[in-house]
Design a protein around this ligand. Sequence first.
Ligand code: MG
Length: 287
Amino acid sequence: MEHWPLGVFASIDAGFGVRLEVAHELGVQTIHLHTPQQESRTEGQAREFLAQLDDLGITITCVFGGFEGESYADIPTVKETVGLVPPATRRARLAEMKEIADFARRLGVNVVGLHIGFVPHDSQEADYHEIVAVAQDLCDYATNQGQAIHLETGQEPADVLLQFLDDVGRNNLFINFDPANMILYGIGEPIEALEKLGPRVRSVHCKDATWSKQPGITWGTEVPLGEGEVGMGSYLRTLGNIGYVGPLTIEREIPQEPERQKSEIAGALNLLRSLKIKIGTETSGGK
Ligand code: MG
């Protein structure tokens, strides 16, 4: 695969991201796929999706998990509802995450991503150890089918995330780095975090945001790529510095405005294309 192929976050049914047809119209060749709902994760559906992707010339580089009942309404609600952290749904969601990994395997995808949720920042908390155990369980399941697990960044400062990865201690556990989330959640300067996380970053989102006036208490604002406070030039340069050559996957979550979403993603693709040239990662042969 070429250096830094461009991609977009996409979904088949009611998930996040743009529809496959839109990804195709935008001319991208890689996607992160938000998992379809449970009833669509069958062997037959997988075959159909694969045939459709083949027609469109699109490769899935990561399947993202997600669960019924998650809400990103505000930061406290994320804490209560997202990922494998909320205790009431933890077991059921761990089981479902394994089903999502099975579905990814049927699609021939060896990377499974998820928002694990708000990991307690104090590793002495009892719940911290249970979340470590859940992550180990998921990683071991994925290992058996040749898959890696990528945790989406956002809720944790880089140091907490590194500590968590070390405590889980599995060699198929990596990071999906989303620079905008660091700003949206008010958790840290994204470029600095990326430098710290370095080679643990194995997939990325290209998303932009501006800081909240009360970081960590209220949301920052997601904005079109290049108009926020990430700094796309320094983001790409830093990705180059840490040796990242994988897909640049654009994420723009305004599904209620599909036309605006599409045109903003087109703008993001243009920005990334010109930055790739400027930063000199595109060889003259364009391979
Ligand atoms: Mg993201």
